[in-house]
Design a protein around this ligand. Structure first.
Ligand SMILES: [Zn+2]
Length: 223
């Protein structure tokens, strides 16, 4: 009923969405600044992580530019309750990355957890909704419970790279190591900047026998 009263609008341009369009209109979708990183082994996201963690593969779906026309999309999905955007873009990213074999061998998707206090105030974890979108298309299950965030870190915007690393190091805990034994885990986050957050999350899996880690984020800072 709600949809009959309020037209659904494209989150980028604001035009009314047509039938079959979800969240982003066809035109804006075509212009989405895709990275194509899943087709590029040794892409910048993988390079940024190599020295920090043992990695199978990594990618980010789109570029994120501060103030760019798509930056508002990330703001909406992270802070404004629009988990439907995360779900929809998660599905879309999965559909586009799947033919390249990006998800091959992945056993479980682990969204980077929020601190429980932050999740309560925000009402949801945007990375978990991204993961649900990925899962809906790939059929790979989501585990949003075995890794937790023990510290509510401050916003990282004004910190240097080193400070960010320190800020998140050791903030995640693994509660059920046996759940990941011999598994290929895909860590999912919304934005990739320095890689400190996904690295800290991967650190929590360190020591689990036979575990393998890949990383996928919705966006990566850059052009
Ligand atoms: Zn649009």
């Amino acid at each position: 009923m709600w949809r009959l009263l309020v037209p659904r609008c494209c989150v980028v341009c604001g035009n009314t969405l047509q039938e079959g369009e979800e969240v982003v209109c066809l035109r804006c979708n075509m212009d989405l600044p895709r990275t194509g990183y899943h087709l590029k082994p040794d892409n910048p996201v993988e390079r940024a992580l190599w020295a920090k963690m043992p990695l199978v593969r990594a990618s980010s779906y789109v570029y994120y530019r501060r103030g760019g026309s798509y930056a508002s999309v990330l703001h909406l999905l992270k802070y404004k309750g629009r988990k439907d955007i995360a779900l929809s873009l998660g599905k879309q990213a999965a559909a586009e990355l799947m033919p390249s074999g990006f998800f091959e061998g992945v056993d479980v998707i682990v969204p980077v957890p929020l601190h429980p206090r932050k999740q309560r105030s925000r009402g949801y974890n945007q990375s978990e909704w991204l993961a649900r979108g990925l899962s809906a298309v790939t059929g790979i299950p989501v585990d949003g419970k075995s890794v937790t965030r023990d510290k509510d870190t401050d916003t990282q915007t004004h910190k240097s790279v080193m400070e960010r690393q320190d800020n998140v190091a050791g903030i995640f805990s693994l509660h059920a190591p046996e759940a990941f034994k011999g598994k290929h885990v895909l860590i999912v986050d919304d934005v990739f900047t320095t890689g400190a957050t996904v690295t800290a999350c991967a650190d929590a899996l360190d020591g689990v026998e036979g575990v393998q880690v890949s990383v996928l984020t919705l966006a990566v800072a850059g052009s």
